[in-house]
Structures are given as C-alpha cells and as structure tokens.
Design a protein around this ligand. Structure first.
Ligand code: FAD
Length: 389
C-alpha cells in the first residue's frame, strides 16, 4: 500500500484515521483556532536566551524571519504578572478527619486550587525562574518557514534522535521507547508541515504560501511520519480529555470578563463535546504503559531522556524556532505529566499544572490539529504527485 492509504486504527491508539480527521475538521480545529486567539491562550512565558548547555552559540539567532517580537509589558494580562501561589500546607494533605470535611463536601470535589508554581519532572527548565522569562504574543509570531537549516538544525535533530531517543535494534525497542520515538517524530512532522504550509515563496516580493513539494518530500513520502503525526495528535488529545475536570475548573482570568467567559466556554465545548465523547472517548490508552517488571525504572530513564530533549531546545539557533520548539516540548511534557505522573484516573486530585503548562498544552494541540488538517486537505494534490513521480 502507498503512503496515501491511511485506514483503520491509528497504530497504538484507540481511534481510526477517518474518525480522527473528521473530528478534527468538525469539532477540534474550529474550537482550537478560536481558543488560541483568546487573551489567556495567546501569551506564553518563555526564556528565549541562547543559553545552550551543549554547544556554543553559532550566530544563527540573527537570521531574517527568525527573531521573535516580544510584547510590551503593558500588553500582558494583569493577573499573569502576579507571582503564582504555592500550595498551602493543608491543601496538600488529606481532608479526611478535618471537621470541615463532614459539613462541606465540596472540599473533596475541588480539583483546581489556583495557578501554582510546581515542577514538572519531564522538563529541564526551571519554570519558576521568573527573572529570565518574557511573555510572547504567539499570534504575532506564527510558526512558519524561517530559513533555519543546515548544520545547526541538523545537530539538534540528530541530538534528539540519537542521544535522547535512540532507535534501538527492534528486539530491544520496548513499547514505551517506541511511544517516545513516535511522539518526537510526530512533532518533527508537524514542524515540517508548518514550514510547508507557510513558506517564503518569493523573498523579493515577500510572498508567502504553501510549498507542496516540501510537504511531499519531507512528510508525505514517508508513511511513518504521517502516522506519527496522527499518533501525537491523539496522544495529546487524550491528555487534554483526561485532565478535563481539572481544566474545566481552572481559572482563565485575564482581567477581561467578557473574553474570559468566552475562553472558558470554548474550553468546555472542547472538553465535553458530545461528538468527541461518542466517536473517540479514549484517543490513546495510557494504562498499557509501564506495566512490565521494570516499569518504574524505565519511566525514570525515559523521563531523564525527555528532560534532555527539553534542554536541547535551549540550543535551537533561531529564536522563533526556539520559541515554538520550547512551547511544543513543554506542551508535550505537560501531556506526559497528565498521563503518567498522576496516580490513576480517579485520582485527579493530585494533578497540579502551571498556567503556562496549560497554555502550552492547548497551543500544541492546536498546532497538531492544523498539521493534521493541512495534510488531509492537501491529500488529493499529494496523491497526484505520487502517481506522477
Ligand atoms: P530536517 O527536518 O532537519 O530533518 C533531519 C533528518 O531527520 C532528516 O534527514 C530525516 O532523516 C529525519 N526526519 C525528518 N523528519 C522526520 C520525522 N518526522 N520523523 C523521523 N525522522 C525524521 N525551521 C523553520 O523554517 N521554521 C521553524 O519554525 C522551525 N522550527 C524548528 C524547531 C526545532 C526544535 C528544530 C530542531 C528545527 C526547526 N526548524 C525550523 C528547522 C527545520 O526543522 C529543519 O531542520 C530545516 O528546515 C532543514 O530540514 P531538512 O530537510 O534538512 O530535514
């Protein structure tokens, strides 16, 4: 079968290709496109310095189309400027035995306890080091072609695949490592799709548009890359739906009540969408992972490898690529935290996310949703290219 034949279940997932793109087209893509424009979701806090722990700066930061436009401080939502809280001691201990617990049952249902600063074992950056962070308006800095290529970019991808996500001989590649490989490869596909969908076609006239040849050769021609894109899309979607109760209770406050109500309503439309719940209730079954004898040990090892991938993002030589690389790796680390660092489905009480993690998670899902849509929409042209060589 040729690359164009995507039927049946997405490998390792609980949802088939047809359902995935039909859900994306009708439900997810339209909601996510609105959601990422809201004041809550369009500002991302990030450390943009080139402070690579592995190699010296190679001067790539100065590329045209590569710099990030940081926004003036007056533009950020006021509540974002205040330091996030730290969990009060009696918030982390069990409510059992407290006199209030008997009279106020709602205490037990409170999953979201305010935005707090809390570490994520899947990321390298110290997210609480506010002095080095700036806010970026993502709407003004779209992920697209930047001209970042050559040895610097190659070095990053090689480091990610070879050092942190080794392709072991097949007999050694356990299911968990395979999942990590597919996530990275799927993210790589999505980045390539965005480069292809917004490409600088003519620098002299500043003409931007799709570059189907690039899409064909970098992604479509390699069926595993398309499959891995669908895989990461369903994986991240599962993390969002698993954290639904937490995300529903979270505060989307930016000091603009009308916009904030809209944000909350869009989040709810996405989380509790009847079409999503009936067609693909569990997009990925995370319960199958880490079940073996060495499960806990393997998890720590893979967590360390993922932290290395997160550290490598500080070495991405182009600022705009670094912004989106960091955001998407942070979003993926948040999905991993939701799926694998919470003790079981019923125990969402232990889930605590930072505001920035939630912003990264939804923006990542939106990027993946855009990529799935673009590949699907371009399918007839890509199939034509296939038959004509
Ligand atoms: P690359 O995309 O660099 O791929 C390198 C090698 O990896 C390929 O030769 C192939 O063997 C393998 N490979 C490729 N795709 C996959 C896949 N999906 N799964 C498994 N293996 C694969 N450029 C921009 O213009 N805009 C951006 O926003 C941008 N963001 C970036 C973010 C990060 C984190 C990084 C590391 C790079 C980014 N780049 C960006 C650069 C871009 O990804 C490419 O590196 C560049 O366009 C050169 O492409 P290439 O054809 O040499 O192959």
């Amino acid at each position: 079968s040729g690359p164009g034949n995507y039927t049946g279940l997405v490998e390792g997932c609980c949802c088939d290709y047809e359902t995935a793109h039909s859900l994306n087209d009708h439900v997810l893509h339209p909601i996510l496109q609105e959601l990422v424009k809201t004041p809550f979701f369009r500002y991302f806090k990030v450390k943009l310095w080139c402070d690579c722990p592995f190699w010296p700066d190679d001067g790539m930061c100065h590329l045209r189309d590569c710099s990030v436009c940081e926004c003036p401080e007056s533009e950020f939502p006021e509540p974002f400027k205040k330091p996030s809280g730290v969990l009060a001691a009696d918030d982390v201990i069990c409510q059992e035995g407290k006199p209030q617990a008997a009279v106020d049952r709602t205490l037990d249902d409170r999953i979201f306890r305010g935005w707090i600063e809390i570490d994520n074992p899947w990321t390298y950056d110290d997210e609480t080091d506010n002095s080095a962070m700036t806010y970026v308006n993502l709407q003004l800095n779209p992920e697209r072609y930047t001209g970042y290529a050559g040895a610097s970019a190659q070095r990053i991808w090689t480091a990610i695949y070879k050092e942190n996500c080794p392709q072991y001989p097949s007999e050694e590649l356990c299911h968990e490592k395979e999942v990590m490989y597919k996530l990275i490869s799927g993210l790589h596909s999505s980045i390539s799709v965005h480069i292809a969908s917004e490409y600088l076609l003519d620098a002299s006239t500043n003409l931007w548009g799709p570059n189907l040849e690039l899409l064909y050769y970098r992604v479509w021609k390699h069926p595993d890359r398309v499959r891995n894109l669908y895989f990461i899309f369903l994986f991240v979607l599962r993390a969002v739906t698993k954290a639904a109760d937490y995300l529903e209770q979270a505060e989307y406050n930016t000091g603009n009540p009308i916009e904030d109500l809209k944000t909350h309503s869009l989040v709810r439309q996405l989380l509790y969408n009847p079409e999503l719940i009936s067609a693909c209730p569990v997009p990925f079954d995370e319960a199958k992972l880490w079940q073996g004898e060495n499960g806990p040990e393997l998890k720590l090892q893979i967590q360390k490898q993922f932290r290395n991938i997160s550290a490598v993002m500080n070495c991405v030589g182009c600022e705009k690529c670094r912004l989106w690389g960091k955001l998407q790796v942070n979003g993926l680390a948040t999905a991993l935290k939701v799926l694998f660092s919470v003790d079981g489905e019923s125990n969402q009480n232990h889930l605590q996310l930072q505001r920035n993690e939630v912003i990264a998670l939804f923006n990542l899902l939106n990027r993946l949703s855009e990529s799935v849509k673009f590949v699907h929409d371009m399918r007839p042209s890509l199939e034509k290219m296939e038959t004509h060589g």
